[in-house]
Unconditional design. Structure first.
Length: 566
């Protein structure tokens, strides 16, 4: 299957490269993956990568002139298939793959197996034949077919419609076949995607009376012809073929009836490829010679390739637009959940880094003040993405705050929340959650950890240590008993609660940031404010990724205990 291609056009030149799904850096620096030479292009201008949903994301890397989509400057955006992205005087677009995009026509019914045979006849290739000018009747037929194809709204209708247009005459057959990769032999029974047999006058009359029964037809395909198309990557023809085989009905052919077999590739067939296969009677008249028919089929195949590309692009854009709209709604929901630090707390220094990925992940963070002066906070993760995750996050926020307001025991809070999530969560979706209550007047922390990463206690001039023991079960899976635990945080100690967007961040060589690297970084960070610690961690993670984009939500809550006011 051919990969999607990045097309760059500008200053009279066009180049195509296969983008790396993890990260493709674009700029004028020789170190970039794609080099664009232009003064209006920054050294490292933009990055293109694929999100978990298969969408291509373009991201500005702090360039001077920016990136533009539909005339608007964007920092990061999902790019529709074929949609131009302007960088300086250059235009970039992602071209979707055309291979295996069109599925088999389920209405194809052939009562006998497709077989391949070697027809002992001369095979003529387009490479060995001088092109002819199409006669007027054939030009009119091409125009008619182009008009029919332009009316199609779906790529799935393309191949059946082409076969109907080409096999209108009695005893004619047109089909679209799919061959495996070139390294594999031509199969004995090629995969048939679409097929149409021309009706005889008797068939048409029977259809008009409602008594028509499809004839038992066998479709015999020449293996020599298929192999010739493979080897030349161009159209081939066998002209004036006769069939005297009484044991096999060869596309309903009368014995000794002159026919032509024409086969043309529908695009690149170096890997998996589709072929237009035409087996038709030939009238030896000046306007319908085999040579004219050959040029006609080649012209039609070129139109099929163009129409196929247009339909696939149109279909991909329509599907993606609907999906982007759904993710846009999810982003709006998630943006309203961004945590705000309470302003009425004393004795504690707080900092939050909350950065969801643009395709909407499942991180959750919230903190709020209780009437008795304690700080309630929660950090968690929904094991899902997109709109379902955003809806779960929104309901979780309301559920947690409401339950904590009337239930002072955290284990009971978690039990109540868990029972609701078991009923409401979609299948195979779960939630991890660290829920805490911190009293700044005493330095006491009560908490329940439901399957979440263990937070870290950071002591001045000492190694960071995980808080607590292995965690309880996550939420929304099954009924379970949760335990409320306690810990005393000493003055100038820090509590760091985070999600796996920190520890699972990857470097270009696939190494994860990991817990050990995080603990070492905190040990060497020194005695600083909560904001400094949070910024240091997120910068270390970004530096570790190097050229790779952020592929997961990153949430970090740092609580620096200053102690009660004297």
């Amino acid at each position: 299957m051919a990969a999607e291609m990045l097309k760059i056009t500008g200053r009279g030149k066009t180049q195509q490269v296969e983008p790396n799904a993890k990260s493709t850096i674009i700029g004028r620096s020789p170190r970039c993956n794609v080099v664009i030479e232009g003064r209006d292009v920054s050294r490292e201008h933009a990055r293109i990568f694929q999100d978990p949903f298969g969408r291509w994301i373009v991201e500005d890397l702090g360039s001077s002139n920016g990136i533009f989509i539909n005339g608007k400057r964007v920092e990061a955006a999902a790019v529709l298939p074929g949609e131009p992205v302007v960088i300086g005087s250059f235009s970039l677009s992602i071209t979707p793959s055309l291979d295996q995009q069109i599925k088999r026509d389920d209405s194809v019914k052939i009562t006998a197996n497709i077989t391949t045979g070697g027809f002992e006849a001369e095979i003529i290739s387009a490479k060995d034949k001088q092109a002819e000018t199409l006669s007027r009747p054939f030009r009119q037929r091409v125009d008619e077919i182009v008009e029919r194809l332009s009316e199609l709204a779906s790529s799935s209708a393309l191949y059946p419609e082409v076969c109907r247009c080409l096999a209108q005459r009695p005893k004619a057959v047109a089909a679209v076949l799919r061959l495996p990769e070139k390294a594999e032999p031509v199969p004995e029974r090629p995969d048939i995607l679409a097929c149409h047999f021309g009706d005889t006058p008797d068939d048409t009359a029977a259809q008009d009376t409602g008594a028509f029964v499809p004839p038992r037809l066998a479709f015999r395909v020449s293996g020599h012809v298929l192999q010739a198309v493979r080897s030349t990557a161009d159209a081939v023809m066998v002209k004036t073929v006769y069939s005297a085989d009484t044991d096999v009905t060869w596309t309903a052919v009368d014995a000794h009836s002159p026919r032509a077999i024409i086969c043309a590739p529908l695009g690149d067939i170096s890997k998996v490829g589709d072929l237009l296969y035409l087996d038709i009677p030939i009238d030896e008249t000046p306007e319908t010679t085999p040579g004219q028919m050959f040029e006609f089929v080649r012209a039609v195949s070129r139109q099929v390739i163009l129409t196929r590309k247009s339909l696939i692009l149109m279909q991909a854009k329509a599907e993606r637009s609907l999906f982007d709209h759904e993710l846009s709604l999810a982003q709006k929901i998630q943006s309203k959940l961004a945590p705000a630090i309470p302003q009425d707390l004393s004795g504690v220094d707080l900092a939050v880094h909350y950065k969801p990925v643009m395709w909407v992940g499942g991180d959750y963070c919230d903190l709020w003040s209780l009437k008795d002066g304690r700080l309630a906070f929660a950090v968690g993760r929904v094991c899902d993405m997109g709109l379902p995750a955003a809806i779960v996050l929104s309901s979780l926020r309301i559920l947690l705050r409401t339950t904590v307001s009337f239930c002072g025991e955290l284990s009971e809070v978690m039990k109540h929340v868990n029972s609701h999530l078991i009923q409401d969560l979609p299948k195979e979706t779960s939630v991890t959650l660290f829920l805490g209550l911190f009293d700044p007047s005493k330095g006491t922390l009560e908490y329940v950890n439901a399957g979440h990463l263990q937070p870290l206690i950071v002591r001045p001039q000492a190694t960071a240590e995980p808080l607590g023991q292995p965690n309880d079960s996550g939420l929304g899976i099954r009924d379970t008993i949760f335990q409320t635990k306690q810990h005393n945080i000493k003055k100038d100690e820090q509590l760091l609660v985070f999600t796996d967007g920190v520890t699972k961040a990857q470097s270009p060589d696939g190494e994860q940031f990991g817990l050990k690297r995080l603990m070492y970084m905190l040990k060497t960070a020194g005695d600083h404010s909560a904001t400094h610690i949070a910024d240091s961690v997120t910068k270390a993670v970004a530096d570790f990724r190097q050229t790779l984009p952020q592929h997961d939500d990153i949430t970090l809550l740092c609580c620096n205990y200053i102690g009660p006011a004297d």
